[in-house]
Ligand binder design. Structure first.
Ligand SMILES: NC(=O)c1ccc[n+]([C@@H]2O[C@H](COP(=O)([O-])OP(=O)(O)OC[C@H]3O[C@@H](n4cnc5c(N)ncnc54)[C@H](O)[C@@H]3O)[C@@H](O)[C@H]2O)c1
Length: 256
C-alpha cells in the first residue's frame, strides 16, 4: 500500500498483457486506487473486457491493440496513452508466455525465437518506448514480469522460457542502474506458478501441476491478485529505495 493517501489517484499506468491473468488483475488493483489504465494486448476482446471492468471502478481506461513483438505497435501504445492522459507514470510489462513445454533437445528455432520475441523483445520495446517520456516528465516506475523459472532453468520442460525470463531479470537490472539517478525505478517480479490462462496455454498438465503444488510449502499456487498487489506496492512510494531487483513470490518453495 502507498505511504501517501491517494498516491495513485489521477496517475496513469500502461499495462501489456492486460487482457488476462496478472495483467488484468493489475489493471483492476490500480483502478481501485484511482489510477487510469492504458491496456495493451493482442487479444482485443479480453482487452476491451478489462477496460469495461476498470471503468466500472469509476476510472478512465483505454484499450490499444498491441503486439509487443512489434516495436511500432508498442510505440503506438505509449503514444496513444500520452495523447489521452498526458503523462505515463508506470509501465507494467506483463505480456508473456512459455508457449509450449518440451525438453531441451526439442526446442526448435521457431520456438526459441517466438519465446524471446515475446518475453524479451516485448519487454525491451516497452522500456525503450516509455523511458524517454518518463525522463522528460520527472521519472516513473517500470515493473517487468520475470518468473521463478529463471532460478531453476526449466529443465525438461521450458529452458527456452526460463532463460528468456533470466534475460528479463538482467534487462531490468541494467535499466534500473543506468537510470537510477534520473527518477526511474525498474523492478521485476518472479512468481512461481500463478492461477491464470498461462497454465493451459503453456501445456501444463494436471499431473505436472500436482508435482508443482507438492513442492510448494503452502500447497497451492498464487492468485493473479496477489501478484497485482505486489506490483502496486512496488510502484508506490512505500519503499522507494527498491530498484533493480527481482522480487520472488513463491509460497516458500522453488529455490532448490
Ligand atoms: N501464470 C504463471 O504461472 C506465471 C508464472 C510466472 C510468470 N508468469 C508470467 O506472467 C506474465 C503474465 O502471464 P499470465 O499468467 O497473466 O498469463 P495470461 O495468459 O493470463 O496472460 C498473458 C497475456 O499476454 C497476452 N499476450 C500474448 N502474446 C502477446 C503479444 N505478442 N502482445 C501482446 N500481448 C500478448 C495474452 O493475450 C494474454 O492476455 C507472463 O509474462 C508470464 O510469463 C506467469
Amino acid at each position: 500500500m502507498a505511504r501517501t493517501p491517494d498516491y495513485f489517484r489521477g496517475k496513469t499506468i500502461v499495462i501489456t498483457g492486460a487482457a488476462s491473468g496478472i495483467g488484468r488483475a493489475t489493471a483492476l488493483v490500480f483502478a481501485r486506487e484511482g489510477a487510469r489504465v492504458v491496456c495493451g494486448d493482442i487479444d482485443e476482446r479480453g482487452g476491451l473486457e478489462t477496460v469495461k471492468a476498470v471503468q466500472a471502478e469509476g476510472v478512465e481506461a483505454m484499450f490499444v491493440p498491441t503486439d509487443v513483438t512489434r516495436r511500432e505497435a508498442v510505440r503506438n501504445l505509449v503514444r496513444k496513452g500520452v495523447e489521452r492522459f498526458g503523462r505515463i507514470h508506470f509501465l507494467f510489462n506483463s505480456a508473456g508466455s512459455a508457449l509450449k513445454r518440451c525438453g531441451f533437445l526439442e526446442i526448435d528455432d521457431a520456438l526459441w525465437e517466438r519465446t524471446y520475441d515475446l518475453n524479451v523483445k516485448g519487454t525491451f520495446y516497452g522500456m525503450q518506448e516509455v523511458l524517454p517520456h518518463m525522463l522528460e516528465n520527472g521519472g516513473g516506475t517500470i515493473v517487468n514480469v520475470a518468473s521463478m523459472a529463471h532460478k531453476r532453468g526449466g529443465p525438461g520442460t521450458s529452458v527456452h522460457y526460463a532463460s528468456s525470463k533470466g534475460a528479463v531479470v538482467t534487462l531490468t537490472m541494467g535499466v534500473a542502474r543506468e537510470f537510477a539517478d534520473r527518477g526511474i525505478r525498474c523492478l521485476s517480479v518472479s512468481p512461481a506458478s500463478v492461477d491464470t490462462a498461462f497454465q493451459a496455454a503453456s501445456g501444463t498438465t494436471e499431473q505436472s501441476m500436482q508435482r508443482v503444488v507438492a513442492g510448494i510449502p503452502m500447497k497451492r499456487i498464487a492468485t493473479a491478485d496477489e501478484i497485482a498487489e505486489l506490483v502496486l506496492f512496488l510502484c508506490s512510494d512505500a519503499c522507494e529505495f527498491m530498484t533493480a531487483d527481482t522480487v520472488y513470490v513463491s509460497g516458500g518453495g522453488g529455490f532448490r
